[in-house]
Design a protein around this ligand. Structure first.
Ligand SMILES: [Zn+2]
Ligand SMILES: [Zn+2]
Length: 234
């Protein structure tokens, strides 16, 4: 297998590409998004790091900036491949010193969840994340100006302390990462906090979202986005 077999890529909106590692169990695999801008492109999260994401993206984007939504194993594997890596301060320690344990790879990554295996003799137990310290720390409310698109950083703790979403107000699109997605809400990890999560949900619900690009499962329209929040919040 090569990186071209490992990743799939589909354009899902103007200037927005959805990349997946389709051989990994759909319940766990991370949706990676490339967002093109006039002045620079960003890639939101990087998957497991088993193949080169940067090489795969090269025909679409020369030198994208990596935005790490948070530091879980399914999101950070190729972060080290990107020269600029932006993240919230509350994830910075783990991004700089990731282990199988503090990224939860030891808990969730299993060989049986790959069809086919990425390579022969692949063992999930051999997976190790590489250090990739943030090169810039992002704050809540900060605007990332790509030139023809502005993304507002929304600190969205609860699933993990430094989780961030990105809000594209003009297009009413939220990159909702691991805060709001269809499926079981992971609020039970050692890094999770339910009261904080509820506050985050409340805040995100107030945004006039028409489309949400989550890091897990399907893209959500505004109604489904609000239904996910309401189902969790009752
Ligand atoms: Zn996560
Ligand atoms: Zn995740």
């Amino acid at each position: 297998m090569t990186f071209n077999d490992w990743f799939s890529c589909e354009q899902v909106a103007q200037g927005v590409f959805h990349i997946e590692e389709t051989a990994y169990n759909a319940d766990y695999r991370c949706n990676i998004f490339l967002v093109k801008g006039r002045d620079f492109d960003v890639v939101i999260d990087s998957g497991l790091g088993l193949f080169s994401l940067r090489d795969f993206l090269a025909p679409l984007s020369e030198n994208p900036i990596l935005i790490a939504s948070h530091s879980h194993y399914d999101h950070l594997g190729s972060n080290w491949e990107f020269s600029q890596r932006w993240a919230h301060a509350d994830e910075a320690d783990i991004l700089a010193h990731p282990t199988r344990e503090n990224t939860f790879g030891d808990r969730f990554l299993e060989t049986a969840d790959f069809t086919p295996l990425p390579f022969s003799h692949f063992e999930a137990g051999d997976w190790q994340p590489k250090p990739a310290p943030a090169t810039r720390l992002l704050c809540d409310g900060e605007i990332l100006d790509l030139g023809d698109r502005q993304l507002e950083v929304v600190h969205a703790p609860g699933h993990s302390p430094g989780l961030i979403c990105l809000w594209d107000e003009r297009n009413r699109a939220l990159f909702s990462t691991d805060a709001v997605y269809d499926g079981e809400i992971f609020d039970f990890l050692p890094c999770s906090d339910i009261p904080t999560y509820l506050e985050t949900m409340k805040r995100l619900r107030a945004l006039p979202v028409e489309v949400a690009f989550p890091c897990h499962n399907k893209i959500l329209d505004g109604d489904r986005f609000r239904a996910v929040i309401d189902n969790y919040s009752v």
